[in-house]
Design a protein around this ligand. Structure first.
Ligand SMILES: *Cc1c(COP(=O)(O)O)cnc(C)c1O
Length: 479
């Protein structure tokens, strides 16, 4: 594509500003004005509109294509939730507005939404209290580890490490380390869950807690979870539930009821906020009753007369972990989503996510090496080692781009060689899944019959195969 500068032609323009009435000298002090005018492209308005519209179409998004990126839950987000977040009554408020003024109406509605959302999240996770402040899943993890540390300090426990299985998301060990703990990694067994015997060897009186993703990043639900939780509680350790995969069990299982003490949810994954590209997130953290005193301040409270206030009176709190009350618009989307779906809807969402993943798993099983012999949860994982003639998972990912599909997550989890991690999500139709599987199968067959057709993929995208290391180190955003 041509650069907008290359389309410039002297004298062409869009907006006409009447020069005789406004001069830059009137508004900008002379010492701040450039001596030489900026070299801006001179283009017509229609050219500018076309240029940027074409650029926007180079974007890959859930709104345009299937996006089966495992572990990320790149699902469709209902437009109704966007509309709710954009209501002027909500998005034009400011966190510094007083809570009570003009009859208490100024921010009462916003506080009520936050309060109700906390209650809903507590209900669906089976935990007692929630903070909505953390700005991402990883931030929620750190908040939780800080609360774990506060709990152990309070009880005079000498705790030095946190146990994390090797299939965990990289943020788990990072959060535990930032929170001041040593990380003890436990490998997975052949079924894909944390090896129980090795776990028991790692567990001792100095274990502050265990961080578990359930179902884990391999899409497997750990059948020994009750035994693990019992063993951790026996040494006064705390069980942390990484809820990034919550759309696999919503409405079916409550982590709190299983015995987990803390959990975070990724509202930008499971609860209707579009993400990717570093967009806003929110990672609320729920805790059981014994951790309540350590929650961040401020807490939203409901008074006897039914008004909402902010309560700062928590002497054991870990303090502030985010300004104000978190990413408010993300919270409004989640609130709207929960109201819209209700109990039955949430359950149907999870059922559908798991069904879709199993559908893809069984369709692809004859062509790729599935990691799980039986059913998976919301995502399925294969190894691309069945590809032939030196074709690797990376080639497959690139060839999928030519077939109109974003690549699944590849080379993660790290304990699966040539990993291909597919999360179809609940919002995709059977037809889309069929098209995707057909493309995967075609590529598997081509690796046997015509591998050269795959080595140069992608050939239909604006930019072909990149040297990814060089591209990251010497970024060129104008080619
Ligand atoms: C995405 C993810 C996280 C981290 O969440 P962010 O919001 O990206 O910080 C943690 N654990 C798992 C399993 C995840 O998939």
């Amino acid at each position: 594509m041509k650069l907008i500068f290359e389309k410039s032609s002297p004298g062409r323009g869009g907006v006409r500003i009447p020069e005789d009435r406004i001069s830059e000298h009137d508004i900008i002090p002379a010492d701040l004005l450039r001596a030489v005018p900026a070299d801006l492209p001179e283009v017509s308005e229609s050219e500018v509109v076309r240029h940027y519209t074409k650029l926007s179409r180079l974007n890959y998004s859930v709104d345009t294509h299937f996006y089966p990126l495992g572990s990320c839950t790149m699902k469709h987000n209902p437009r109704a939730c966007e509309a709710a977040a954009a209501l002027p009554e909500l998005c034009a408020t400011h966190p510094l507005w007083p809570q009570l003024r003009h009859g208490g109406l100024l921010t009462q509605g916003s506080l009520q939404i936050l309060y109700s959302l906390e209650r809903m999240l507590a209900e669906i996770t089976g935990l007692d209290e929630f903070t909505l402040q953390p700005m991402a899943g990883s931030h929620g993890e750190l908040t939780a580890v800080m609360m774990m540390a506060a709990y152990h300090r309070d009880r005079g426990n000498r705790k030095t490490h946190i146990i994390i299985p090797d299939s965990a998301h990289g943020t788990n060990p990072a959060s535990a380390t930032l929170g001041g703990y040593r990380v003890v990694t436990v490998p997975s067994d052949e079924t894909g869950v944390m090896d129980l015997e090795k776990f028991k060897k790692a567990l001792n009186d100095e274990t502050a807690g265990v961080m578990l993703t359930l179902p884990n990043t391999l899409g497997v639900f750990n059948p020994e979870i009750k035994e693990i939780i019992g063993a951790v509680h026996a040494v006064d350790g705390l069980m942390y539930y990484d809820g990034a995969n919550f759309n696999a069990i919503m409405g079916r299982i409550k982590p709190g009821k299983l015995g987990f003490d803390l959990c975070h949810l990724n509202l930008h994954k499971s609860f209707s906020t579009p993400h990717g590209g570093g967009g806003p997130g929110t990672g609320p953290v729920g805790v059981c009753g014994k951790l309540r005193p350590y929650l961040p301040i401020s807490r939203i409270a409901k008074t006897k007369d039914g008004t909402y206030t902010l309560d700062y009176d928590f002497p054991k709190s870990i303090g502030y972990i985010a300004p104000f009350y978190g990413n408010f618009a993300v919270l409004v989307r989640a609130y709207a989503y929960l109201l819209m779906l209700g109990r039955e809807g949430l359950r149907a969402t999870s059922d559908r996510a798991v069904l879709n993943a199993n559908y893809v798993q069984e369709k692809l099983r004859p062509y790729f090496a599935a990691v799980t012999a039986g059913r998976c949860m919301h995502e399925c994982i294969f190894s691309g080692k069945t590809l032939r003639n030196g074709i690797h998972t990376l080639d497959l990912a690139k060839a999928l781009l030519d077939r109109g599909t974003h690549a699944p997550t590849i080379y993660f989890p790290l304990n699966v060689p040539e990993a291909i991690m597919i999360e179809p999500t609940e919002t995709e139709t059977r037809e889309t899944l069929d098209e995707f599987c057909a493309a995967m199968i075609e590529i598997a067959e081509l690796s046997k019959t015509d591998p050269d057709a795959l080595r140069n993929a992608p050939v239909t995208t604006p930019v072909g195969r990149l040297d990814e290391v060089a591209a990251a180190k010497n970024m060129d955003l104008t080619c």
